[in-house]
Design a protein around this ligand. Structure first.
Ligand code: DC
Length: 230
């Protein structure tokens, strides 16, 4: 049987991918696949193990943790080697480490099959950095979601303040620019606009406006029957 469609959303940190992909998935009754969470989970595990920062130290397959995503009461829980790390991985430190380790071929190769397995039946909105280029090159609809650095810094700042964290704009901007550099300049699966992707700049658009626009593209490209029925 033909699988249901796969929709990819790639873009830099802070462009709004997580929020938008969750809403788009919910409108389509699709599953949302947050692939950044998988890289964050590996980064968290390596940090707990006192990883020494070298690629050689993770060549050993036993260092690759077992990761699963559990959908629970409308929320996705990230489980690594049996531990629920969903909240622990949402820090700037783990985000930066995830970006660093995501340049390592062993890590990317291991997560490639995990991501494809999770999306095997289709009906998925997959968000990350290489969704439309490497992981799901045959996806039915591809988006590249972007926003200005200024806007991304502002959003990240407000998000962290709302969590009660003490942060300043300069540190956030530095971290974001470092992450952009690491994600765009790595030699394997760098962040680029996938061929055929619809580029959406969310800088001056509200979340509902972006989701409505994406929905209109999905409805145009995929016949509704394909999206909503197995
Ligand atoms: O989307 P995020 O901020 O949770 O992702 C954390 C890091 O993981 C990101 O800076 C780079 C890496 N990543 C990746 O290399 N490829 C993906 N498909 C998703 C994330």
């Amino acid at each position: 049987m033909k699988r249901r469609p796969i929709i990819t959303i790639d873009g830099p940190a802070g462009a709004g991918k997580s929020t938008i992909s969750k809403l788009l998935a919910s409108r389509l009754s699709f599953v949302c696949l947050d692939t950044g969470a998988l890289y964050r989970a590996v980064a968290y595990r390596l940090k707990c193990e006192g990883w020494n920062g070298t690629a050689g130290a993770i060549a050993d397959p036993v260092r690759h943790p077992k990761i699963s995503l559990m959908h629970q009461a409308g929320r996705v829980r990230v489980i690594v080697d049996g531990e629920d790390v969903s909240d622990k991985i949402r820090t700037e430190e783990i985000g930066l480490l995830a970006s660093k380790i995501s340049a390592l071929p062993q890590i990317r190769e291991n997560l490639l099959s995990v991501q494809r397995e999770l999306a095997a039946a289709g009906g998925v909105v997959a968000e990350g950095r290489d969704m439309g280029t490497v992981v799901f090159p045959d996806a039915e609809v591809k988006f590249f979601l972007d926003a200005s650095v200024e806007e991304r810094v502002k959003r990240r700042y407000l998000e962290m303040i709302s969590k009660g964290e003490r942060v300043n704009l300069t540190d956030i901007e530095n971290d974001l620019l470092l992450r952009d550099r690491q994600d765009c300049e790595r030699s394997i699966a760098p962040l680029v606009i996938p061929e055929g992707a619809f580029v959406v700049d969310s800088s001056n658009q509200s979340i509902p406006q972006v989701v409505d626009f994406m929905m209109s593209i999905v409805e145009r490209v995929c016949p509704l029957r394909e999206c909503f029925f197995t």
